[in-house]
Design a protein around this ligand. Structure first.
Ligand code: PLP
Length: 256
């Protein structure tokens, strides 16, 4: 019998729940050595995950399996909450010190991509982040938002709804014609040429989830900022921080 998406979700979450409550799993986790993974050795990276070895897992962008450090962090917080629920949650969310989890996350992201932790806003998902961003822009009739034909549905919808509220317009351009002939120079040039006098924001996706294409994002941000006196660069990047490292120079360029 074929496995439907619904069956998969139900059996997946049941086995997840069974695993989470199994003392064997928790016990095994605790006795595992804490040696860091060797990121140059695929087998060592693979051992960080508890994925069933009998499958080729091609859907991890959909539901992720946690690597060992993440499982250990979850277990650590679970123990803290179990031992003192109110203090653990209160400290993690409301105190200003190093125990404040959202603050720690903002600091870690800022140091990874470059920039200031105060400029990082945490949202529950990309759709919410994009909606907040575009609906917060001070757009007026006659303004335009430039985006690309490759962008995700939720990105296009955010722009459509934000521009529709005030009589602004939006435009989509292709960044390349074929996957066989993609050039960072051409991508940057196409965006540069498309920015016009009415353009108030440029919205692109850093790492395209449908193809893995990564945009020369720092160059696009740099060009947009130079071409328009006060442009805003909207960059959707749900997969980007996990995809590759960026230098602090990237954050500084984007922040300008
Ligand atoms: C490029 C891109 N933008 C936006 C989204 C929507 O993300 P979310 O489900 O986090 O709202 C996705 C989801 O796959 C995506 O790949």
């Amino acid at each position: 019998m074929p496995l439907t998406r619904r069956d998969f979700l139900i059996s997946g979450s049941l086995s997840l729940a069974a695993g989470a409550f199994s003392p064997l799993v928790v016990g095994a986790e605790k006795t595992k050595p804490n040696t860091p993974a060797d990121f140059k050795d695929w087998e060592s990276v693979r051992r960080e995950f508890e994925l069933a070895p009998g499958y080729v897992h091609l859907a991890l962008f959909f539901l992720a399996s946690h690597p060992r450090p993440v499982r250990q962090a979850i277990e650590h917080y679970r123990e803290k909450i179990d031992s003192n629920p109110l203090i653990a949650v209160d400290t993690a969310i409301f105190e200003a010190g190093n125990e404040n989890i959202p603050l720690q996350i903002c600091r870690a992201i800022a140091s990874y991509i470059g920039g200031d932790p105060q400029d990082i806003a945490l949202t529950q998902n990309t759709t919410t982040g994009l909606a907040l961003l575009y609906h917060g822009l001070p757009l007026r009739e006659g303004d335009e938002i430039l985006t690309t034909t490759h962008d995700h549905y939720v990105h296009h919808e955010s722009i459509r709804l934000a521009t529709g509220r005030c009589g602004a317009t939006w435009r989509k351009i292709p960044l390349f014609d074929s996957y066989d002939s993609i050039s960072p120079d051409e991508i940057a040039q196409r965006v540069r040429k498309a920015i016009g006098p009415k353009t108030r924001a440029v919205g692109v996706t850093w790492v395209h989830s449908s193809s893995g294409v990564r945009l020369p994002i720092a160059r696009i941000a740099w060009d947009a900022t130079r071409l328009r006196p006060a442009p805003t660069n909207g960059c959707s990047g749900p997969a980007a921080p996990g995809s590759f490292g960026q230098s602090p120079e990237f954050g500084r360029k984007c922040a300008r």
